[in-house]
Ligand binder design. Sequence first.
Ligand code: ARG
Length: 462
Amino acid sequence: MTKSGQLWGGRFSEKPHETFAEFNDSFKFDRRLFAADVRASIAHANGLAAAGVLTASEVAEITAGLSALLDAASADAGYFDGSDAEDVHSFIEGKLIAAIGDAGRKVHTGRSRNDQVATAFRLWLREETDTISAFIRDLQSAIVELAGRYKDAVLPGYTHLQRAQPVMFAHWCLAYFEMLRRDRERLADTRKRINVMPLGSGALAGTGFAIERDAVAAELGFDGISANSLDAVSDRDFAVEFTSACSLIMVHLSRLAEDLILYCSTEFGFVTLSDAVSSGSSLMPQKKNPDALELLRGKAGRVFGHNISLLAMLKGLPLAYNKDMQEDKQAVFDTVDTVQISLRAATIVLENATVNEEKTLAAANNGYLNATELADYLVKKGVPFRTAHETVGRIVLFAIEQGKELDELTIEALREFLPEIDEDVFTALSIESTLAAKNTVGGTSPERVANALTAAKEYLKK
Ligand code: ARG
């Protein structure tokens, strides 16, 4: 008994060892390419008909038979169960032949699983890439909405996780918006190289039938066709690029997660997460843990792993196709699943987060976040910046000893350090002036941030 839809029995006198079959077969995971492979097979049949290889009635039988497979699969949740097919390609061909007989035995004319799998994989990935891009956009909308909800909130900005200078909370939000903007651009660029059709490359050398490859590509919505058959069947650069672009998405989500994990701790108390995205402890009744955020942080690693495993799989492979390349599927499938659920999870976390504006403001007013402002004030009075920096450092030390913030020191005490200091220093040191002063493009002045928020909303409308 041969396996269902087996594509290569003729030369063999022994059937595959069951352990080899288990090791070799990809149907348990590549069934995800079913619909893409059926669509590509229909386009291929049309290409064969246009080349005069199939008759009009054969192509009609094949396309109807293949469409019926799509319908059958969507009608039956258990459609794939119990099949011992080697891979999705043999599964489809087996089903087609069982349904329509001899015409089905012609569908593989002029193609190989090598150009077939690369085509179905690209077709499938192109659509998943578009879904990821839409999910990024949803997250960007949630970011803009959160920034708008707390548009006057002020946050301590950090470097080295030490309080540095105050920033608008919306400015912090929009930092993540920008990262995600680049992520979408990167995906759009990767998509250009995903959306190239290898079909017509055959096993490695091209096809001996006069198929109009451009017409087949147009039918499938590809932007173009591959230029070299050896390259086309062995190129998985697009999968590496894709997992790399996804790795950066996960870097960004993990940084957002880490900021929020800190901000929702009792020590910070800046942000409260909704119960709907938190979980409790089996032992400690008081606990409310930011599990959604920790998973965003933790899942980044597995996506990086898939990127590295693809690079390692490809390195040193001789041209053209090698079975090593079958390993590309699970790496990409899991990347798609992980990135999509991560983006959706991040979106609901932000949609349901609340900001404790009094706490963030109090924190921004405490810990000498206006020291740079004092130095800038002195520079504007004609003091060289290095002198100003040095003097303010000594003023901060003095203030720490007094247990006071800079604006709680008396004018007399301040003038002891430098006579250039006047009464107007207290206005300069206020959080409002500190923020308003950062008024260059990309800065955190309320005016700039409001403009940036408007621009972000415009971007989302496009
Ligand atoms: N399942 C295979 C893969 O994913 C399909 C291509 C098999 N080609 C072959 N010549 N064995 O790579």
